[in-house]
Design a binder for this molecule. Sequence first.
Ligand SMILES: NC(=O)c1ccc[n+]([C@@H]2O[C@H](COP(=O)([O-])OP(=O)(O)OC[C@H]3O[C@@H](n4cnc5c(N)ncnc54)[C@H](OP(=O)(O)O)[C@@H]3O)[C@@H](O)[C@H]2O)c1
Length: 380
Amino acid sequence: MENPNNASRRNFFKTGAALGASLMAAPAFSNLSTAKEQAPKENNGLPNFTKRRTLGSGKHSLEVSALGLGCMGMSYHRSFVPDRNRMIALLRKAAEMGVTLFDTAEVYGPYVNEELVGEALAPLRKDVLISSKFGFNIENGQMAGLNSKPDHIRSVVEQSLKRLRTDHIDLLYQHRVDPNVPIEDVAGTVKDLIAEGKVRRFGLSEASSENIRKAHAVQPVTALQSEYSLMWRKVEDDALKVCEELGIGFVPYSPLCRGYLTGLINERTKFIASNDNRATLPRYQPDAIVANWAMIDVLTEFGNHRGYTVAQVALAYLLAQKPWIVPIPGTTKQAHLQENLWSAEIEFTVDELKQLTEAVSKITVVGDRYTGQSAQQVKN
Ligand SMILES: NC(=O)c1ccc[n+]([C@@H]2O[C@H](COP(=O)([O-])OP(=O)(O)OC[C@H]3O[C@@H](n4cnc5c(N)ncnc54)[C@H](OP(=O)(O)O)[C@@H]3O)[C@@H](O)[C@H]2O)c1
């Protein structure tokens, strides 16, 4: 049977070629309404994004769009907070374009990001999947340490369900492992929430291999969401191997290294410290930005020869590693969303992937990805 991905890929190129040809052939004062009628109706004339991937195994699996949408930056940690109504429109547009996985968390804002996602997706709820996360105390609007005590998980889920305007969370992650609560108790609590229908699938974020195994033995884990990009490939040595062995999906967060792997951040870029962790993270300081530019050079060179942008090469590299990897790049712009989704159409040859991997492996990335408490919390 023909692979549906190939079919949609061919249609995508066919449509692109037809559109391109009609644009080139059109006289200067062509009849616009005729051009409109000829274009496919979906997504302003562009074909919808139909690629799908499966996270997790058997009855704990979840079929999702090959890329999800990270919603955090629409309200939190990415400097400027765009107009809320625009973000609601973008979230709905993303669903219309074919994105089915939307990622948020209690702490994004806190709370306001879940509220945004809840309001935007309520009318489309049956067509989309929402992932959210628990695991922190929140005091005076700030994160105040880890908390995965069973009662706390239950109370966070009740509040998240209200903010998300739904009766279930499709994929519920523990945001960070709490060393004070046995991971088996966390998995057991989520197992109960699944039995009650309030949660559909269980996920972990930045958990060690040991904790993944312990949790998975109590409640099968559908996905591990951890940082993974060409600027942070450590998961290739450990987490990806455990996921493969146990049949767990992998969701790379910050797959564009918080915007660096687009080539649009440079040493003059200003981050608004009150709402952007990049203002203090070592990797986004001017010296590191310059020192790491070799990575942008490699991706630019590779992409220029093939007609891809830096961001597309960066995302396609992740997608090419395993069929159960589903990156969740964040964006506040429809143009970037479209660009990112197109990365799923890229299929490297074996030689291309080898060439790209060899080139990026020669680069030593400068600047830690986290510092202080945040660095400690990704070691559990
Ligand atoms: N589990 C965890 O602990 C954890 C931690 C961090 C993040 N996350 C999740 O992962 C998601 C994504 O991570 P992230 O936002 O940290 O990093 P990211 O997806 O690597 O990068 C997002 C940044 O890249 C820019 N961008 C995206 N596409 C672009 C394109 N095609 N061209 C130019 N710029 C582009 C965005 O700006 P524009 O808005 O201008 O496009 C935004 O500033 C979050 O939304 C969140 O859901 C999870």
